[in-house]
Design a protein. Sequence first.
Length: 387
Amino acid sequence: MKDTLNVGLVGYKFMGKAHSNAFRKLGMFFNPSLKVVMKAICGRDEEWVKQSAEKFGWESYETSWEKLVKRDDIDMVDIAAPSNVHKEIAIAAAEEGKHVFCEKPLALNLKDAREMLEAVEKNKVKHQIGFNYRFAPAVQLAKKLIDEGKIGKIYHFRALYLQDWVMDPEFPLVWRFDKKIAGSGALGDLGAHIIDLARFLVGEFDRVIGINKTFIKERPIVERMEGLSADAQAGAPRGEVTVDDATLFLAEFKNGALGSFEATRFANGHKNGMSFEINGSKGSLRFEFERMNELWYYSSEDSEGVQGFRLIQVTEPVHPYASAWWPAGHVIGYEHTFVHELYEFVEAIAHDRNACPDFNDGVKCSQVIEAVELSIAEGQWIEVDSL
Ligand code: SOE
């Protein structure tokens, strides 16, 4: 049996860098069952992809993903490119027998997401979607406490995903404002994460109803984009924003719990403010991503007089993933969530088991997104399973 896994990565910008960093760290901090080889990185701009290959540590580069997925020396294709190319690459890679990891949201819409799922299942390759926040140790601990019944029956899930990086009306029309490339705006980009966390921690959605808004309807045409920053020339012509700047929605889960969700790029002062609180019959849990090494836990079973939210520093060797890193109290950050998710994917491939979260989870998330969009269009509650 092969003891290596040769990876081909599509994308060299924000996510491409996050994934490259994760592949480099994997072997250093974890003991993956397969040795990960960073075979090739792919991107359209030859100069840029060549530089990225050297800087991030890839053995080679390609400027055509069609070529990358056909290479005999590639076992797994990792898609960290904008959402409009996910489907084509994932299906082609699966047809070539490659395992596929794909960034969120899985596709531009539910129909495409389902086609992607069908392709990976038909070709019997492993598949995983990049819901990286599941892999924060504190989120994994929250899941463990919920599964152990520590907070009892869940009544409420309350989640926010707040950013402010596009608030300036002069911020250019980057691809994330284009429905044809991004699928949707705040809902698909930010909402997808909290929808996934809700499914992970609480359960399946029953019905949803939402509202949304595009506050700035036209923006200057972009000249250059890197990471989340971009420039446009002074006086540049303007183009239309075709996605939501903010989406808020209410939900009822199949287990009877109620949820409220807010995904916005117009929350001034909030940079990556993802947070949630869960209230159950025996206690509550609270998490804020920008303090990702902490989890707040309230137990109504604590003795009278000492009850109160307690702060757990999720850095002890007993905590999920923590022992792979540093001694207790030596905190970890955003990039570590990518190491954890890719480690799990490598293990799923090595041990021939289903990865988690996989394309099924991607489809379920797209189903909720589309149900929210439909509820907004029709101004009424939508049963998620009707889609
Ligand atoms: C930009 O809004 C972004 O990078 C998202 O695309 C990511 O999924 C999220 O984790 C951080 O913000």
